[in-house]
Structures are given as structure tokens and as C-alpha cells.
Design a protein around this ligand. Structure first.
Ligand code: ZN
Length: 163
């Protein structure tokens, strides 16, 4: 696993997934612990949470953090993270959303036995995770992602103007 740029609490997992897709690997932790916070000290990672519980500790350890509103509206939460840390909502697709390994390009022939036949024939830009072995490619799922990305960009624009 690559070093995570962000650590997010469990209920922020959709935010975390999209940050990872944008090229900012984000680890999800079940419940924030002191150990997690120590891991992020000295700028090693930034913490995303919805609770003020650890705010003093963050400050004492000089951990970068953002406290998000506790809402079901994950797109607004995501926009707040992008805005606060000055990040771009672009699909980089360079980290494994499952384990945060750094994805490597791979030829479809090499992963033929790991993907459905249709995807092997029609997919593009195959990548493989060196850590967990998962294979990714651009296919039908990519169009869904592009749609969601459009929604994210529109919401961020409504909230903050251009990102
Ligand atoms: Zn992986």
C-alpha cells in the first residue's frame, strides 16, 4: 500500500473513494484512534472526520484535518475537502480503490484470464494493482463515473464557484 494522503472515518467512505479516484489515496478507518492521529503527525497525512472529539489532539500534534458536517450529502462533503485542500476533481484512476496500491498499466493479453471476455474485447486502459492483483479497465463503468463526476463538478461550482 502506498502512503495514504488522507485518513477518513468509515462513514465518509464515498468521499474517500472519490478522493482516491482523483489521485489522492485515502484510507478508511473504522473509528479514529489516537494511533491513527499519531500516524498522521508531521504532515504525513490529513484527517477527515465529522466529530470535534479529537480537535485538541490534532492541534497538539500539528495534524492537518478537516471537520465535515455530518450529513448524507457526500458530494457536498467531497466538495468541501477539495476546496479546503485545494485539490482538483479529475479522474486520475492511478490508485487501487480497494487497497491504495499504485496501479500499473498492463496489456489486456496479460490479464485475459482475470476479466470477463466482453471487457477484454472492449475495455481500454487496463491497469493492475501490484498489491492485491485486482485489474481495472475503462468500460461501461467509466461512463457512470463520468456522470457522477459531472454531478460533483456542478455541485462544487454551485457551492464555491470554479474549483
Ligand atoms: Zn489493490
Amino acid at each position: 500500500m502506498e502512503e495514504a494522503r488522507f485518513l477518513a472515518e468509515w462513514h465518509l467512505q464515498r468521499v474517500a473513494r472519490w478522493l482516491t479516484l482523483f489521485g489522492y489515496p485515502t484510507e478508511v478507518v473504522p473509528k479514529l484512534t489516537k494511533g491513527d492521529i499519531y500516524r498522521c503527525a508531521s504532515g504525513r497525512c490529513k484527517i477527515l472526520t465529522t466529530s470535534r472529539r479529537w480537535e485538541k489532539t490534532f492541534k497538539n500534534l500539528k495534524v492537518d484535518y478537516l471537520i465535515l458536517p455530518n450529513t448524507e450529502d457526500w458530494i457536498t462533503q467531497l466538495c468541501m475537502v477539495l476546496r479546503h485542500f485545494n485539490l482538483k476533481p479529475r479522474l486520475e484512476l492511478n490508485y487501487c480503490p480497494h487497497c491504495l496500491g499504485k496501479l500499473k498499466p498492463v496489456s489486456p493479453e496479460k490479464v485475459r484470464d482475470k476479466v470477463p471476455y466482453y471487457s477484454y474485447k472492449c475495455g481500454k486502459n487496463f491497469t493492475i494493482c501490484p498489491d492485491c492483483g485486482r485489474v481495472y479497465w475503462e468500460g461501461g463503468h467509466k461512463r457512470l463515473m463520468d456522470k457522477t463526476l459531472l454531478r460533483i463538478r456542478e455541485r462544487c461550482k454551485d457551492l464555491f464557484g470554479e474549483l
